[in-house]
Design a protein around this ligand. Structure first.
Ligand code: ZN
Length: 203
């Protein structure tokens, strides 16, 4: 399986990193080796001194599809989750400046947290989901899916033009503003519509 990640999907996050607003979604892939194993701590890799959290709403694909049109996209997922797209911001900055791919900064082992899943039928409106990330006792990121430039079904249509979606693939839908550095002993806890879906210790 693969993780398909969307960059620059929330205006305020685009502004905080001084990026340009894209005309199309920014897409990158993480391999399955990037998934942080359940109940394991996240180890800050030794190649970064500026490791950032990015909390994101996740979508789990439950049907194989290619060239999925937006109006049928909702048939390709039943579960919504929350996770973290860990990013070595210092390395990403160097790579971006050289116009090189981001993978080393975002797709290393452990760089993808996938929390518990919720049935989409339990969530009233997928385009109006509140989510939060706490670092220790402080709320560092809050988001609402209504602020996404491309909504879940738009993303599935767009991504499936390029990549066949397979059962178990996970879409990371982009992070809202408030990304920031993590250090050893931080505890990161994520909530979707008030439900705690993960809690990760940083080492
Ligand atoms: Zn991200």
């Amino acid at each position: 399986m693969k993780l398909i990640c969307i960059g620059r999907n929330y205006t305020k996050h685009i502004e905080e990193l001084e990026n340009e607003k894209p005309k199309e979604p920014v897409v990158f892939i993480k391999p399955d080796t990037a998934i942080l194993l359940k109940n394991q701590p996240f180890f800050i890799p030794d190649f970064s001194n500026d490791l950032h959290h990015e909390v994101e709403v996740l979508v789990k694909i439950n049907k194989v599809g290619k060239h999925i049109s937006k109006k049928f996209a909702n048939k390709y997922y039943n579960e919504i989750g929350l996770g973290i797209d860990f990013t070595a911001r210092d390395l990403q900055k160097q790579l971006k400046e050289k116009g090189l791919p981001w993978e080393k900064a975002k797709s290393f082992d452990g760089a993808a947290v996938i929390g518990n899943w919720m049935q989409k039928s339990k969530l009233h409106d997928l385009d109006n989901l509140n989510f939060k990330l706490f670092k220790n006792d402080e709320c560092v990121q809050t988001g609402n899916t209504s602020h996404m430039l491309w909504k879940i079904d738009d993303l599935i249509e767009y991504i499936s033009k390029y990549f066949t979606l397979k059962i178990g693939d996970v879409i990371f839908t982009g992070t809202p503003a408030g990304v920031g550095k993590v250090i050893a002993n931080d505890i990161l806890t994520g909530y979707l519509e008030g439900n705690q879906l993960f809690s990760i210790k940083v080492k």
